[in-house]
Design a binder for this molecule. Structure first.
Ligand code: 5GP
Length: 178
């Protein structure tokens, strides 16, 4: 079992690189099938989703573009419960098919904010893909169209996800050791 120390916390490998790769392939296949023939804009939520978004986007065979937004609510290992303003926005969304790409959905507050912002701009369709979901924490009603892994309510790092800025470069997902 692989273990890593990040700052003051220890983490143990939880989802391997191989499992992630297979899952990303599977998610891309579903999206390619469901949205066949459409022009699609992927909107990835930074910072955490950058790695997942890159790997997923490589496997998309639709006429597709990608843009990135930033809006984070996390400090340390627990949610601050308040979402910050959305920055880096410059896309025309009217009439477009959009796929929101999230790294992880916890309470769903971040997703809800992003979803409402985008759905208020006359898009023709919105889908949501998230690599990770914490079902026990999710308290919103937004439909998650594509879910990679459902995970327990523990803090995870790696594959783009950080602990106070570190750990994003780990190629697999690690779970905090309690
Ligand atoms: P929510 O708004 O759904 O409560 O939280 C979503 C955001 O919190 C994610 O985009 C991510 O930035 C952060 N987050 C939630 N759970 C975790 C976790 O286990 N590990 C890390 N590194 N970030 C998390």
């Amino acid at each position: 079992m692989k273990e890593v120390q990040i700052l003051d916390k220890k983490f143990r490998e939880f989802i391997t690189e191989l499992k992630i790769r297979e899952k990303v392939q599977e998610l891309a296949l579903k999206i390619n099938t469901d949205l066949k023939g459409r022009e699609v804009l992927f909107i990835a939520v930074l910072n955490g989703a950058f790695m997942f978004a890159a790997d997923l986007f490589k496997r998309i065979d639709l006429k597709a573009s990608i843009t990135f937004i930033k809006l984070s609510s996390y400090r340390g290992t627990c949610s601050s419960g308040s979402v910050r303003e959305l920055i880096g926005w410059n896309e025309e969304l009217k009439g477009r098919t959009v796929v929101i790409v999230e790294d992880i959905v916890d309470t769903g507050e971040t997703l809800e904010y992003t979803f409402n912002y985008i759905s208020g701009r006359n898009v023709s369709d919105i889908k949501v893909v998230t690599l990770l979901l914490k079902p026990a924490a999710y308290r919103r009603n937004i439909k998650l169209d594509y879910i990679g892994f459902e995970i327990p309510n523990d803090f995870v790092v790696g594959y783009g996800l950080d602990y106070d800025g570190f750990g994003r470069n780990l190629p697999s997902v690690y779970k905090i050791m309690l």
